[in-house]
Design a binder for this molecule. Sequence first.
Ligand code: HEM
Length: 537
Amino acid sequence: DGPAAVSPTGRPWGGDPATRSQDGAFLTTAGGVPLRDTDHSLKAGRRGPTLLQDHHLREKITHFDHERIPERVVHARGAAAHGRFESYGTAARLTCAQFLQPDVTTPVFVRFSTVVGSRGSADTVRDTRGFATKFYTAEGTFDLVGNNIPVFFIQDAIKFPDVVHAVKPHPDVEIPQAQSAHDTFWDFVSLHTEAQHHTIWNMSDRGIPRSYRTMEGFGVHTFRLVADDGTTSLVKFHWKPKLGVHSLTWEEAQLAAGTDPDFHRRDLALAIEHGAHPQWELGVQVFPDTEDQVFEGIDLLDPTKLVPEELAPVQPIGLLTLDRNPRNYFAETEQVAFHVGHLVRGIDVTDDPLLQGRLFSYLDTQLSRLGGPNFTQLPINRPHAPVNDMLRDGMHQTADHIGVAPYKPNTLDGGCPFHAGADLAFIDVPARVADGVKERAQPASYDDHFSQVRMFWRSLTPVEQAHTAQAYTFELGKCFEQAIKERQLQALAHVDAGLCATVAAGLGLPAPAPTVEVPDAAPSPTLSQVGERWPVD
Ligand code: HEM
């Protein structure tokens, strides 16, 4: 019942801060006191000094001074959209997750991102892209926090700060594309050769997508699904764009970065605004949940390996449609908080050591990025399921908790069962933990760093191979240290002699011989066989 509960444009204002806009009948302070003037500070005489008592001046400037929050430590630059996920029901035999049952539609929020650049960097750089989806399911929030590349640089989360330090701008000049920054990247990936698989995807045309709308997405890790009867299976999640997979050429990417650094976010926003709603099918590769968690010789817990699709086809389980742009970039795209630990009943994690570390990292970083422990109360992060937790107080608490006994069991606040029934509660799969001693070590299966890099290289068409060799030559050409270039050439010698020779010639260096046996160029499983349904060209 304030002075004007509805603004001239019909929007409510002055009540819920989430809907506050600047088109009310008149301006007020944050405390709702109507104001006459916001252009002149209160002064002692027209030419006199400004008075400290001017609350409106102090409030306006203080709030402005605190408008920025820290950007994400990685994936800082992004663009997002709302949409819906329609389940085909085909995964219902594998999982009891409610949102994957037949005829269920779930609201979603998807944020695409680059990894390395800061919030104001260009969109069309050569980089991995984030593809993070928040499913607001009726049984709680599920986040699928993936990338547009199916493998990752490292096999153990403990190296994540190291790889990020190597790819971020150099600490002295903070120039992302400085000669020295190229040195640190190539230094890392040539010393940690497990990174070579992710790197070749970056050097291929996959590293410069045409549009967020034409990217695949991958959950990367192997997850575990649980069916109603308790049976489990291992899966890898895939997003397949209905528009197909398309990339820019390097020259197009360079031009776009100069003429329109917002190329990808503009493309996404305009497409949605004009009704060209982008769509992806969600699919799963399904593997038996065997004790060794190895499929066709591929260790499913090694995030630097993929499973070729002709060994395990991607089976469609639902359709994602993005149909609404965010109303406020800060409130939604910036404040959204994804977390691989946001799982729902019927989906569980595996022991992939990269995934295990991620389970710690996201909440930890968000505690400082979003200013304390209550960011799940922000509208964009709020579950669409009933919440009945015992988390209390803390900075930026907006809930008005009632009751006196935030602990269980208790005798004072009745009416709330201690446990959900087995048909409702999250299922921690009683998976067997490997026998062994505590040690800082990894299985021998993690030691093969090259066979899938070779498989990827051989799956490319001649044009794709030429682009990839040019990218290696260009990027390595920016390195200052000869020893780093030579070490990376040695890694390429283990991938393919032809690729190594081409890049070496481009750099004006001799091509080294491999120090391990490289199999002949037999026809490889074609990764671009995804093109049979979703053409690559
Ligand atoms: C952010 C994907 C590995 C730490 C993100 C985002 C994506 C992503 C998509 C952006 C989320 C958003 O849009 O807000 C991945 C994938 C990985 C991976 C696919 C490997 C398969 C890791 C690892 C760590 C890590 C190993 C740490 C141990 C972070 C952090 C953020 C982030 C700290 C910023 C989160 C925030 O501030 O909200 N990651 N990531 N990531 N990731 Fe990862």
